[in-house]
Each structure stands twice: as C-alpha cells, then as structure tokens.
Ligand binder design. Structure first.
Ligand code: HEC
Length: 288
C-alpha cells in the first residue's frame, strides 16, 4: 500500500512538473483581438511618407499612427489594392483583399505564447512558393527604431526590395534605415511555414532568418477551413536579434500572412500594434 501511494505521488509530481514547464495557455479563457490583415499593394515606406502620394503623410509626420487612421478600414483598403484600383500594377486574380485574424497572447513567466486563427480565404493563383501554402511571420520592436511605434512593420518595407516593381536586385530583402543590432535598432522576427519549417531571425540592414534563440516552438494546422498557428517564445530572448521582454512593458508588433503560396510583397499584412506583457496595450499577454 505504502509503495502504491509513493508511486502515484511521484506520478502526480511528474505530471505537474511537465505541465509546469510547458504550460500552454488555456486559449478558451484567453482574451482575443480581431486584426484584419490586408493586401498592401506597392506601399513602401517611401510612398507612405510622401505627401504628394499618400493622404496620411502629413498626419504621420505629426505623430499619428497608421492604425489610428486606418484600423477600422483595412478590409476596404485591401480591396482597393488587390483589385488594382490603387497602387498595384500586377493584381492577382481571385486573391483575398483582407483576412480577419483572431489574435491571442499569454505568458507564464518564462514563455510568451501567441495564437493566430483565421478562415482560409479563396485563392487559386499561380503558386510562387510551391512548398508552402501559408507562412506567418511576426515582428517585434523594442521602442528603439524611429517611428516604429507609429508605422509597425512599414519601417522594413522599401521600394527597392525584391518583388517590388522598382527592385534592381532580386536578393534584396527587407531592411531598416539606421539599424544597429547592438543598440536594439532592429526588428525581431519569427516565422512559421506550413511545410513545417520555423525561423527565428531579425531585420536590421538586411533580413536574417536564423540565429535567434528565443523561439521554442511554432506550430500550425488547418482544421476544416480554419488555420490555427501558435508560437512559443522565450520572454528573455537570448540570441542575436532577440528582444528581451519583461513584465510591465509594451513592444511594437505586427504580423503578416503569406496566403495562397505567395512570396515577397504578395502577402497580407497588419498595421502596427502594441503587445504588452502584463501591461495595457492593443494586445495584452497576461500571466496564466
Ligand atoms: C492622418 C491619417 C493617416 C495616417 C497616419 C496614415 N494614413 Fe494611410 N491614408 C490616409 C488617407 C487619407 C489615405 C487616402 C484614402 C483615400 O484615397 O480614400 C490613405 C491611404 C493609404 C493607403 C492606400 C489605400 C487606400 O485606402 O487609399 C495605404 C496602403 C495606406 N494609407 C497605408 C498607411 C500606412 C502603412 C500608414 C502608416 C505608416 C498610414 N497609411 C498612415 C490617412 C492616413
């Protein structure tokens, strides 16, 4: 009898220990925010900041944010661009102008957990990336890159990047002007791809897809017509290009979905939002 009790007590401790270290949050109890990602056409930061082209350039200069002006209308914007009515010289037939995504975040003191879910939209265009039907990338920024708190990922988006109409170099990736990894002027980047690959990198003078030590896991699956993608990321970071996140702080963040086998600029993107770790923000990751 004694032995039995001891054995089951050990079993209990082991079970608790295991769930204690990999405590995936209870998503059904985690608050969510709907963020509609949209097709951005050719709207690099050079276009966005040019008053003669973009109606928001002046407001941006005065300190307004993209989301402040556009958050409610991203579906309409996506529609204009995906159809070629505005700033898209090469419309893709059948492509969705926008995708509403449910975003959730939580942490357990060690890891940040992010969950993205959305309904697969129509597609069927030419497969640019035959291996991956879907990729999802998230970028974080620690309030050091100028204007990143207003423009989200747009600081990395330039008119000379590969797949842009004005690109001269098909290897040129996204980058930021005035980057400096040592002083924190970079975007931390994680990516999940539907074929199974996961990447932990960053964007500074160029995009680097490896070398980070923060990403513990990235998983995704399609259930019926719904995609669910989750990331587990060490709050502390640890590698080059990893932001160290701490409770009480907020970070700039944005994400992009390469839907329907696309690459490069042919993605659906979010505006810039804030992610708070136990702190008030557009999305708060509360401790569970
Ligand atoms: C002060 C408000 C304001 C800010 C800030 C602002 N915009 Fe705009 N944006 C506008 C207006 C006005 C238009 C023109 C809308 C139209 O033509 O109907 C526009 C148009 C656009 C378009 C073209 C699609 C469309 O619906 O016309 C894109 C893309 C865009 N903005 C992206 C951004 C991004 C990215 C940022 C932040 C880096 C940003 N905007 C910041 C007001 C703003």
């Amino acid at each position: 009898m004694q032995k039995l009790i001891t054995a089951s007590a050990i079993g209990l401790v082991l079970a608790l220990g295991a769930s204690g270290t990999m405590a995936a949050p209870d998503w059904s109890k985690t608050p969510s925010k709907k963020i509609t990602v949209f097709y951005p056409g050719v709207s690099p930061i050079e276009w966005v900041t040019k008053g003669t082209e973009h109606g928001g350039a002046r407001g941006l200069k005065k300190g307004e944010t993209c989301a402040g002006c556009h958050d409610e209308e991203t579906a309409d914007m996506g529609k204009k661009m995906v159809t070629g009515q505005k700033i898209e010289p090469k419309p893709i037939k059948g492509k969705a102008g926008s995708i509403p995504v449910t975003v959730q975040a939580a942490h357990d003191g060690t890891n940040l957990y992010l969950r993205f879910s959305w309904k697969q939209p129509a597609g069927g265009a030419e497969k640019m990336d035959k291996d991956n039907q879907v990729k999802l990338a998230v970028m974080f920024e620690d309030n050091k890159v100028e204007r990143a708190n207003q423009s989200g990922c747009w600081e990395t988006c330039h008119q000379d990047a590969r797949t842009m109409p004005d690109a001269k170099d098909d290897k040129k990736t996204k980058y930021i002007v005035g980057s400096d990894v040592k002083s924190g002027k970079f975007y931390d980047l994680i990516q999940w791809a539907s074929k199974g690959a996961k990447h932990d990198g960053y964007v500074a003078d160029k995009r680097v897809m490896e070398g980070g030590k923060a990403l513990v896991d990235a998983k995704g699956e399609k259930k019926g017509d719904e995609w669910v993608v989750t990331f587990t990321r060490k709050l502390a970071g640890g590698g080059e290009g990893d932001i160290a996140m701490t409770a009480g702080k907020t970070y700039n963040f944005g994400f992009a979905i390469h839907d329907d086998y696309t690459v490069g600029r042919f993605h659906q993107v979010s505006l810039g939002y804030t992610l708070g770790i136990d702190a008030k923000a557009d999305i708060t990751a509360a401790k569970q």
